[in-house]
Design a protein around this ligand. Sequence first.
Ligand code: UD1
Ligand code: UDP
Length: 353
Amino acid sequence: MNILSVVGARPEFVQAARLSKAIRTRHREVLVHTGQHYDYEMSEVFFQQLGLPRPDYNLGVGSGAHGWQTGEMMARMEKVIDEVRPDWTIVRGDTNSTLAGALAAAKLHIPVAHVEAGLRSFNRAMPEEINRIATDHISDLLFCPTQAAMDNLQREGLLDKALLVGDVMYEAILYSLALAQEQSDILARLSLKPRGYLLATVHRAENTDEPLRLAGILQALAAADEPVVFPVHPRTGAALKQHGLGLGGRVLGIPPVGYFDMLILEQNARLVLTDSGGVQKEAYCLGTPCITLREETEWVETVEAGWNTLVGVDPQAICGAVKEFQPPQARPLLYGDGHTSERIVQALEGYAP
Ligand code: UD1
Ligand code: UDP
């Protein structure tokens, strides 16, 4: 088969890595990078560390308003699809690249497979929620990481297109952790001791575009007794400048880190504080308790297991959780058996519309 794979933003490179390997054992993959993320530390470093092949096409779309960015991606993608005429288009996650890839392919009658399908935050103010819902409804095959995702799709009448396959980001961790431990010197570089620091990431639009919410998070981070490592997403860096906000206390703001450094930082932190979807899930998989700086999450099973707590952005609530949050002993496997990519390739091979 001829499979067109779409990536564009940081989490999609991680989501694509193992599946790309599995596809290429017996099929042709054409990799398209929309160019949504383009800084070295937001894109190239992931290709290097995850062994992702160089994209066959880079659409070079870059940053912009939602409508412009999504439309521009679709227009450029159409040309590629016309040239490649793939048997399948694969999109993953919930970014504008995901939606643009799915829409462009569906309109040209190319079957679409959505990896990490069925997730819902039930908050339609999130651009990602719109991307997820729209992508799931126009896709032909929906690969779900969890039973909760399957249940969401059942409620929307999409169960006949859905398959529970496990999580591709968990698979990436299983493959990469030993390499990260070998190659990352981030703890030494930042003079950090295992379990002697907190790790924070913030980039959700609802937090960065609202100066009061961002200020609340920063106030809580600055009040921590331990060092707080804070790799700053470019969106957040821009928001800090725009709103004249600074980092206080023991907060160490650094540029975004590569995937290997991030895995090591997540694994060794005493706590992770984040509004990222992928980081909540990785913290769970690596056995680090997570404080989520949002009011809801798509990764509900991490909360049900007692390893993730939804705290929002109130400084007192965050500080309380930093002091008191304790997960239970048990940490069941929630994200499959690490053979997700092989299962996806088999499903594509066996698909009969
Ligand atoms: C996007 C996704 C979000 C995902 C996140 C992962 C959408 C709607 N959002 O959000 O779901 O969680 O990626 O990180 O698709 N910028 C740079 N350099 C880059 C990339 C971005 O400086 O390489 C800056 C630009 O100022 C840009 C801003 O970051 O305007 C936001 O980038 P964008 O890709 O639009 O959205 P993210 O917030 O990154
Ligand atoms: N990540 C990284 N360096 C960072 C922050 C995140 O390598 O400085 C990785 C993280 O480990 C995960 C992915 O990027 O694999 C998650 O992306 P992000 O938080 O940007 O987006 P989300 O998951 O919220 O869509």
